[in-house]
Design a protein around this ligand. Sequence first.
Ligand code: C2E
Ligand code: CA
Ligand code: CA
Length: 690
Amino acid sequence: MLNGIAQSVDQQEAKRTWQAVKSAMASAQERLAGTVADNAHWDDAVLQSYGKIDPDWMYDTWGVGSDDINYDTMYLVDANGDVITAFQNGETLDVPADTYFGKALERTLSELPMNGEDFGVLSSLVETPQGLAVMAAAPILATSDDIRIPTPRPNVLIFSKQLTPPLLAKMSEQYIVDALAIVPIRSRAEMASDTALLDHWGNPVALANWQARHPGDLASQTYRFSALATILALIGVMTPLAFSYGRVISRMENNERKARLASRQDALSGLPNRAFLLDELGTRLAQAKPGELALIFIDLDGFKAVNDAYDHETGDKLIRAVAAGLESVASGDGLIARLGGDEFAVLVTGENAVVRSEQIARRILAFVKEPFDIDGRIASIGASIGIAELGSEPLDPSELMRRADIAMYDAKDNGRNRWRRFDATLDLKRIEDLTIANELRAFIARGEFDVAYQPMVDSRDRSIVGVEALARWPKSSPRELPPDRFIPVAEEHGLIDSLSALILGIACRDMVQWHDLKLAVNVSPVQIANPQLVPDITRIAGEAGLPLHRLEVEFTESVLIRNPVRAKQVIRELQGLRVTVALDDFGTGYASVGYLREYGFNKIKLDRSLTHSISTDIAAQQVVQGTILIAKGLSANIIAEGVETEEEAQLMRLSGCNQLQGFYFGRPQAATALGSLLGSDTAEPLRETA
Ligand code: C2E
Ligand code: CA
Ligand code: CA
């Protein structure tokens, strides 16, 4: 099993490396294509390349250049492929073009637009007598209207560059591939190899080779450790389990209560159930002194995802494993109960109950954090923990449970995998939340809300390509609330679906006036569970007259963690409708490149923390460049968020972001302000006035 994990991690790494190799090859071709196009689509080139040839001009222009880093071989051929001029490494070359490039020459000439009007460029890997090379070709054409080529079909300029060991070494370094090498294909079997490099026409031309890394060795060490921890925990369970029951039962005075115990036990985990806990709380609260009783509530994070991803049997086993773990970290210290679902509680009594409960909470978090191994399936979960204690005022069981519950939700709201002790401010927040929820309800009923739009620009020419709709607390309200405050309330109080529908409707209607611009909207992880999500989006956009291909939907990775199966389904459905699906806030959480591949996002939004750190932080630069590299291989678009300065804009563009967004290009603003910012509040396409 452990070897299985190591293998699959290694396979992932191998896939990543292969992707990087392909990206390296593609980018070498792209660069050379750019160079040859610059040289071929040029008035002077036309004046010099047709009719009488000036050898000095040829040498000065292209011959000398064949010694530099961009290309080592240059051919100027006519439409039939006959050589007009050729240079290699700064010297005249006397080899026919079809000898040097083989079949690729004819294919290139037949595929390039040869009508004398279209500026085409074609690039490929090619086999040459000297080995594998990158090749790019473009017809020689003028950019000015008044210069025409004198022949019916244009001459063609071809540059090529050998993939020499020093060049491969450089690629290795740049693309983080160890010891990249290229070996010729020797057999039919090798032609079908997974690592065969293909030319422009899909023919295998060579094999890529590299030194494999084995990160799996590292991963299996981690899992080995956790498997050990689970075994130790299980050994620890047997004895304390018997022990704690013994203690509970010994306190019972008659057989009748022993019989009741059976009905107060959770069948799945064998732990006392909620009714049992309530009973015990009643008795002990009456006896305990202030500070000598604390209740811990534990709610598992990510359990539902495991349950959905595998089957219920796996889920059941996970619950049992967690129960066993709780016994091992808390037994002897308290009464452990399962409240139902993925909720557990520990009742701690006696001296220093509060301090001890905090220690237990820490041990529980550490235990739950380690991946669980369920019949060879690895389940990663977490826990949010709330603690409530008996203070100087008397409390009844339900009030104590309510407080533990509120503290637990606060831990969840603040990022999970943490514990929180109840205090009175949490109650205040609770009351405030209720007020906000009521106000939201009223706005939704009236169909009233504000939406701000923030431009997204093309990183090259900085024209506006779309806007992101961001919810704004209505100005008609006497107070101001940021989305970070009211969106979670909407989520918790079951209002997010209707709020999102309202915002989407407003945004779609605002957008229709701006043709061509894309509209990006945020979808909360809670919405993913709503079976009406996709039908609602389709209907609302349809009613507003916004075609779905202009819509972008942004998800954060928490969607994937909470409900991976459903997320995948929703993503596919949306893509089927031509909606762009973007991964928001990339770089802030767990989301790895593996997610990008698995979920097939069309677009990745790099979080603003990455944008801010890129100018100073080498590690951030590597994350950004690595991500862009892989995303390009998956043909996803990349947008940098939170661009606040010219420097950040430049750096993100140079790293390969296609789009940019941030205060530097425009703050989120009302539709009317956005219109006038662009000098247009009419139905003119904004892009043209940008
Ligand atoms: P987000 O989706 O990551 O949105 C980007 C946030 O970054 C926005 O905050 C925006 O105002 C801010 N921002 C944009 N450019 C810059 C910059 O250059 N510098 C800095 N420091 N910040 C920048 P906002 O509007 O406060 O929204 C916060 C979050 O609330 C959003 O993060 C999103 O997660 C959520 N949200 C907003 N509107 C909606 C909505 O309609 N539905 C849902 N589900 N969530 C929403
Ligand atoms: Ca967003
Ligand atoms: Ca974001």
